[in-house]
Design a protein around this ligand. Structure first.
Ligand code: AMP
Length: 178
C-alpha cells in the first residue's frame, strides 16, 4: 500500500453507494470504508483542513452525527476547539435552536448558547451536502452566536440537489462531488 497522500479520486473510489437506504429511492453514500482505512481517513482530514494552519481557526463546528467524526479530527489537526451542533433535545445546557425543512416535515438542530465567542473563526464541517437544509441551519446557529464562518467543508456534495444555493455567500468546499 502506498504511503503517499491519497487523492480525492482515491477517497471517492472508497465511498460505497447503498441503493434504497434508509428508504426506497435514496442512494446512501457510506463513508465507513474511508474511516476504516487509516491512510484515506487521515488524507481526508488533511484535505478538509488544507486551506488553514494551526492558529487560523478557533473552532471546528461539526454536524450531528457523521460530521462529528471529521470535525473532531480536523479540530485536533488545526489546534482548534470542537463544537457539536446536535439534533434537538441532545445537548444538556441552554441552547439556541433552528428549524429547517425536510422533504416531508421539518427537523430542529441546536447549539449551546456559549459554544462560540463573538468573532470566533469557524470551520463548519459535515460529511455530506444534499439539499443543504442541515448545513444552512447550522450556519444560522453559528451566526446567531456572532461567529464568522471561514469555510463550509464536506467530504461529499450531491451537486444535483443544489444544496450550495442555501449556503450563498459562504465558501463551500466538498472533496468529492457526484
Ligand atoms: P441535507 O440537509 O439535505 O443537505 O442533508 C444532509 C444531511 O443528511 C447530512 O448530515 C448527511 O449525513 C445526510 N444525508 C443526506 N443525504 C444523504 C445520502 N445520500 N447519503 C448519506 N447521507 C446523506
Amino acid at each position: 500500500m502506498s504511503s503517499a497522500q491519497p487523492t480525492a479520486a482515491e477517497i471517492q473510489a472508497a465511498i460505497r453507494n447503498i441503493p434504497d437506504f434508509p428508504k426506497p429511492g435514496i442512494q446512501f453514500k457510506d463513508i465507513t470504508p474511508v474511516l476504516a482505512d487509516s491512510r484515506l481517513f487521515s488524507g481526508t482530514i488533511d484535505l478538509l483542513t488544507a486551506h488553514f494552519s494551526p492558529g487560523q481557526v478557533d473552532a471546528v463546528v461539526g454536524i450531528d452525527a457523521r460530521g462529528f467524526i471529521f470535525a473532531a479530527a480536523a479540530a485536533v489537526k488545526l489546534h482548534a476547539g470542537f463544537v457539536p451542533v446536535r439534533k434537538k433535545g441532545k445537548l444538556p445546557y441552554q441552547t439556541h435552536e433552528q428549524d429547517y425543512a425536510l422533504e416531508y416535515g421539518h427537523a430542529t438542530i441546536a447549539i449551546h448558547v456559549d459554544a462560540l465567542k463573538p468573532g470566533a473563526r469557524v470551520l463548519l464541517v459535515d460529511d455530506l451536502l444534499a439539499t443543504g437544509g442541515t448545513a444552512a441551519a447550522a450556519a444560522q446557529l453559528v451566526r446567531k452566536l456572532g461567529a464568522d464562518i471561514l469555510e463550509v467543508g464536506f467530504l461529499i456534495e450531491l451537486s444535483f440537489l443544489k444544496g450550495r444555493e442555501k449556503l450563498a455567500g459562504l465558501p463551500v468546499r466538498p472533496l468529492v462531488t457526484y
